[in-house]
Design a protein around this ligand. Structure first.
Ligand code: F6R
Length: 253
């Protein structure tokens, strides 16, 4: 894993956006794997700013999102479908039919998982997958204990994840209990992965990611096996890792 240390959230957003823009310029029909949550909001803001100022075009770009809650109507304000449309898609020139999320309202969610997996294959696989990390090490909604061989599947959300996401809902009781997520093997089949980590709350898990061996109890540690992973982390997120002896060995940029 290559680690890019940046000062703060603003720099993290700018750096991550720059790498995405580079990818889209190199390959206009790239398949971008996208994430939701708090950390990536600034990246989408940067991409929108760049689209407006520099006319980077997403006309041929395809996107697949990591996950979606089960049971929320697509236009529910906390669905990831709404999040993506509101915070990114409606502000750029990506074509709606090129944007994909798991359907959390499918009658048969098992078939929906299979469809999503086939869809990613039919698109030719993911060129660049953007990831955030949960405080418990989850990636997508792959909670601790998820098999590294998992494909797109239904998950019961960990209580800690529901509590972390309750900030976006009126109360914890309104946070859905289940979601559809790309599996760990699905994420690992991406040609390139970018993990963004910001803030003190992520400092412990980021330290564990770099210092711990590969284990299914910390899903993100699977990334150590991928040949093209860039972690972008800000000073606050790096605060625990920076206290470790020999930590500088871990820095490649
Ligand atoms: C979102 C996702 C999650 C988040 C993670 C971090 O699509 O799959 O894994 O990336 O929970 O969320 P924030 O950035 O809100 O801390």
């Amino acid at each position: 894993m290559k680690l890019i240390a940046v000062k703060d959230y603003k720099q993290l957003s700018e750096k991550a956006a720059k790498l995405i823009i580079q990818k889209v310029n190199e390959k206009p029909d790239a398949v971008l794997g996208l994430a939701t949550g708090g950390t990536v909001v600034g990246i989408y803001e940067e991409l929108i700013r760049d689209h407006k100022e520099n006319a980077t075009s997403y006309k041929h770009t395809r996107s697949v999102n990591l996950d979606e809650y089960i049971g929320l109507a697509p236009y529910h304000e906390q669905s990831y479908f709404s999040y993506m449309n509101e915070l990114f898609f409606k502000e750029i020139d990506i074509q709606a039919q090129h944007t994909h999320l798991p359907n959390g309202q499918a009658h048969n969610v098992t078939e929906e998982c299979e469809r999503y997996e086939q869809l990613i294959k039919a698109l030719g696989g993911i060129d660049l997958q953007l990831l955030g990390i949960g405080e418990n090490g989850h990636i997508g909604f792959n909670e601790p204990g998820t098999s590294f061989h998992s494909l797109t599947h239904v998950v019961k959300l960990a209580q800690s994840t529901r509590e972390a996401n309750a900030r976006f809902f009126s109360s914890i009781d309104s946070v859905p209990t289940h979601a559809i997520t790309m599996g760990i093997a699905t994420i690992m089949s991406s040609r390139e992965i970018m993990l963004v980590v910001s803030g003190e709350k992520k400092a412990e898990i980021l330290c564990e990611l770099f210092t711990h061996g590969k284990t299914e109890s910390i899903p993100a540690t699977v990334l150590k096996d991928h040949l093209n992973v860039t972690v972008i982390a800000d000073e606050q997120a790096l605060s625990v890792l920076n206290k470790q002896e020999n930590h500088t060995k871990l820095f490649t940029t």
